[in-house]
Write a protein of this length. Structure first.
Lengths: 121, 293
C-alpha cells in the first residue's frame, strides 16, 4: 500500500483527510507542521504529501523548499491542501515544485481526483 | 409538446407520475429509481422560484399547461447534469494517444470534427479542447470543430459561459491546466476566451437533432444512453450513425454498449471500448469528400 503523509496543524483536517485517504486504500501518517513533516520524510519517504500552507514552526512553502535539499531516497509527490485559494498562491506553489493543489474545502472526490492526476492511485 | 407517456411503476404518487412523464415527453429520458428518490430535493429550487408550496401544486400547474417556463425549469431540474473534467482519464488517453493520431494521419483535408452529444455542463468538450491546445504545434494548420449539445437549456447556458465552481475545477482538472486555461471570476473560475471559442455549444434534442451537421470523426455520447429506453437508445445510435463516416469512432460511457440496440455500430476492431459504424470497411479512405448536412 502507498503512504500519504498528511501535514496540517488542524487535528480536524488531519482526521477528515485520514478517513478519506484510508478509504482510498492508502496508509496514512500525520505531521503537525513542516518541521515535523521534514523529519518524518527523512526517516521514511512517503509516496505523497498532503500539505497545508499556513502552519506554525514551519509553513508548507518552507517545507517544500527544505525538501529539495533533504536526504531522501525518493521525492514524494506534493499536493498542497490549503485555504489560500488565490491564483497567485497557486502559481507560487507550482513554481516551488508542488505537483497538485487542493483548495479547501475538499471532499473525497477532489482528493481522489488529485491522487489520480499525480499517479498515486 | 407530445402527449405525456405512460408512467414508470416506481413513480408511485400522482405528482411524481406527472413530473416524470413530463421529463420523458420532453427529453426521452426515464427517471431511474436511483434518481427518483431525489426528485423532491431537485425540484425545491423550482418551487421556490415559482412561489409554489409543494410538488402537488407544481404538478397541477404543469397539467394546466399554461407555463412553458415552468415546464422548462422542471425538466432542467430533473436532468442529471453530473460531469467532470477528464472523466474516466483512460478514455482521454485513448483519444489522444491512439484515436486522434490515426485521424490525423488519415484526414487529408486537415479538418478534425468532434461531437460531444449530451455534453451536460461542458466539461468533456473543454477537456478535449484543453488537450488539443496543449498539443500545440501538432495541430497547426488544422481546422478543429467541436460541437457540444445537450437537452438541458440550463446546462448549455453554463457550458457556454465557461464558468465553473471551485469544486468543479478540482475534479479531474490538473492544476497546470487550471492556471493555463482558466481565470478567477468571483467565486468561480472561467475558461479562457480561446477555449470557449473552440466549442460550439448548442441546445438540442437527440431525437430531433438540428445541431449536428455532416459527419464527425469522433463522437462522444457517454453516460447518456443509460437514461433511455431500449427503443430510444436505438434511435440515438441511428442518429449518431447518420453523422458518422466509415472511419468515425464512437465512444460511449463505461457501462454502455451498442449490443442489443440495433446494428448501426459494431465494436471497433482497433480501439478497445469504442465503436465503428457498421458499414465501415477496413482500409477505406476518409477525407476526400466530406458530406455536409
Amino acid at each position: 500500500m502507498k503512504n500519504c503523509l498528511v501535514v496540517d496543524d488542524s487535528k480536524v483536517i488531519r482526521k477528515v483527510a485520514r478517513h478519506i485517504l484510508e478509504s482510498l486504500d492508502l496508509t496514512v501518517s500525520e505531521a503537525v507542521d513542516g518541521r515535523d513533516a521534514l523529519t518524518q520524510c527523512e526517516a521514511s519517504a512517503p509516496d505523497v504529501v498532503l500539505l497545508d500552507w499556513n502552519m506554525p514552526v514551519m509553513s508548507g512553502m518552507e517545507f517544500l523548499q527544505a525538501l529539495s535539499s533533504a536526504k531522501m531516497t525518493a521525492r514524494p509527490k506534493i499536493i498542497f491542501c490549503t485555504t489560500e485559494n488565490g491564483l497567485s498562491h497557486i502559481k507560487a506553489a507550482v513554481e516551488a515544485g508542488a505537483d497538485e493543489y487542493v483548495m479547501k474545502p475538499f471532499d473525497r472526490e477532489t482528493l481522489e481526483s488529485k491522487l489520480v492526476i499525480v499517479g498515486v492511485i | 409538446m407530445p402527449p405525456i407517456p405512460p408512467v414508470p411503476a416506481y413513480a408511485n404518487d400522482g405528482a411524481s407520475r406527472i413530473l416524470s412523464g413530463l421529463l420523458e415527453a420532453r427529453t426521452g429520458q426515464i427517471l431511474s429509481e436511483g434518481r427518483a428518490w431525489r426528485m423532491e430535493t431537485a425540484l425545491r429550487p423550482v418551487l421556490r422560484k415559482h412561489g409554489l408550496h409543494d410538488s402537488d401544486e407544481l404538478a397541477a400547474r404543469v397539467v394546466g399547461k399554461g407555463d412553458p417556463r415552468l415546464e422548462e425549469d422542471v425538466v432542467n431540474a430533473l436532468l442529471n447534469n453530473e460531469s467532470s473534467f477528464f472523466r474516466d482519464l483512460q478514455v482521454f488517453d485513448l483519444i489522444h494517444r491512439q484515436i486522434l493520431p490515426r485521424i490525423q494521419a488519415e484526414r487529408e483535408d486537415r479538418t478534425l470534427r468532434i461531437w460531444s452529444a449530451g455534453c451536460s455542463t461542458g466539461q468533456e468538450a473543454y477537456s478535449l479542447a484543453i488537450r488539443l491546445r496543449n498539443e500545440g504545434a501538432r495541430w497547426a494548420g488544422w481546422r478543429i470543430e467541436i460541437l457540444a449539445s445537450d437537452i438541458s437549456t440550463a446546462a448549455i447556458e453554463q457550458a457556454r459561459s465557461g464558468a465553473f465552481s471551485q469544486m468543479d475545477v478540482q475534479r479531474g482538472l490538473a492544476i497546470g491546466d487550471l492556471i493555463k486555461w482558466f481565470e478567477p471570476d468571483g467565486e468561480n473560475w472561467r475558461a479562457s476566451a480561446e477555449l470557449r471559442g473552440m466549442i460550439d455549444f448548442r441546445h438540442d434534442n437527440l431525437f430531433d437533432a438540428r445541431a449536428p451537421s455532416g459527419e464527425y470523426d469522433l463522437l462522444l455520447c457517454r453516460n447518456v444512453l443509460l437514461y433511455f429506453t431500449p427503443v430510444r437508445r436505438q434511435a440515438v445510435l441511428r442518429l449518431l450513425a447518420a453523422h458518422s463516416h466509415a472511419q468515425s469512432v464512437l465512444l460511449l460511457g463505461a457501462g454502455e454498449t451498442v449490443i442489443g440496440h440495433g446494428d448501426d455500430f459494431i465494436a471497433h476492431s482497433e480501439f478497445r471500448g469504442s465503436y465503428a459504424r457498421q458499414a465501415a470497411m477496413p482500409g477505406s479512405a476518409i477525407g476526400r469528400v466530406r458530406r455536409q448536412g
